[in-house]
Design a protein around this ligand. Sequence first.
Ligand code: BTN
Length: 326
Amino acid sequence: MQPENRILDTLRDSGSIYVSGEDLCKLAGVSRAAVWKRIEKLREEGYDIEALPHLGYRLAGIPDALIPGEIKWKLKTRYLGREIISYNKIDSTNTAAYELAEQGLAEGAVIFADEQTKGRGRHGRTWYSAPGCGIYMSCVLRPHMAPNEIPKITLIAAVAVVKSIREYTGLAAMIKWPNDILVNGRKVCGILTEMKAEQDRIDFIILGIGINVNSRSKDLPRAGSSLKEELGPSRRGEDISRVDLAKKILEAIEKYYNILKTRGSGSIIDEWKEFSAMLGSRVKIVLPNRTFEADAHNIDPDGALVVRLDSGMLEKVSSGDVVMMR
Ligand code: BTN
C-alpha cells in the first residue's frame, strides 16, 4: 500500500481517536513533512481532518466524492474498480475511457467524473451532468465476445443498477429496455454501451452509466428525475451517498459479468424480466426507417426485445427507441 493511503486508512481505523504525527510517520514510513503534505492534500480532496497540538490528527468527516480513496475503501470486487481514474470535470467519461482503452487501459478500470461538460446519451443525445449530484462512470471491459453480443452487456448493467438502487434506496426502480432505469415512470439512469471491435471480435467495451442521484429538478431535463426527487418530501432532506451506491453497482456489475462469461445470460434474463417496466405493455418502436406499435412480449437471450405485432407475428428488435404507451 502506498504511504498516502496508509495515512488515510490509519485515520479511518482510529475513528474518533487522535493519532499522533509521530505514529503516522512510523506507520507510513515517511517524514513529518511528508505526513503534513499528505494531510493537506486530503483536506483539499474534501476530508475534514482535525489537528490538535500534543494529540495529533483525527478524521472528522469524509467527502461523498467519487475519488479512488473513497471508492476503493472496502470495495468487494476482484477486478472491477481496482484501477480508478477520477476527474473533477471532463467532457465525457465514455470518451475518456475509450481513448485510454485504446492506449491499453486494462479490463476493470473505471473512470469517474464529478461533472461532465459533454455527457453523451444514446442517439447523439445529451446527458445532463451537473456537478456534485450524479454518478457519471465508465467501465472498461474486454470480454471474449462477438460484436453482436454487446446488448448482453447493457442487459447485465441494467440488472446490476436496478438491483443496487432498490437495495440501497428502497425505491422500486424498473428497467425500460434497453438502457433506461425508471422510478415511478421517470428516468433516473441511462446506460451507454460503446465498443471498439474487429469484424468478429470485441477489442473493448466502454460501459457508461449516468445516474441522477441527488440532482434537483433545475439540474435535470424535463422528463428526467433523480433518486432524491423520487424519495419524496419526507426523505428529500437526506443526501444519498454517491460513493456507497457506486460501490454497490460495481460489485453487482462484476458479479453479473462473471455469471455472463461463465454461464451465459439465462439466469440474468430472468432477473431482468422481474424488473421490467415494459413487458406486457403496449409500446411504440421507433426505428431509423419505420415506426410501429406492438405489445412488448419478451426479451431473448441476446438481449433483444421481442414484440408481438397486431398481426400476431413476433418480431425481434435489437436497437431503436421504445416509447411506452399509456
Ligand atoms: C442514455 O440514456 O441515452 C445513456 C446515458 C449515458 C450517460 C453516461 S454518464 C457516464 C457516461 N459518459 C457519457 O458521456 N455518457 C455515459
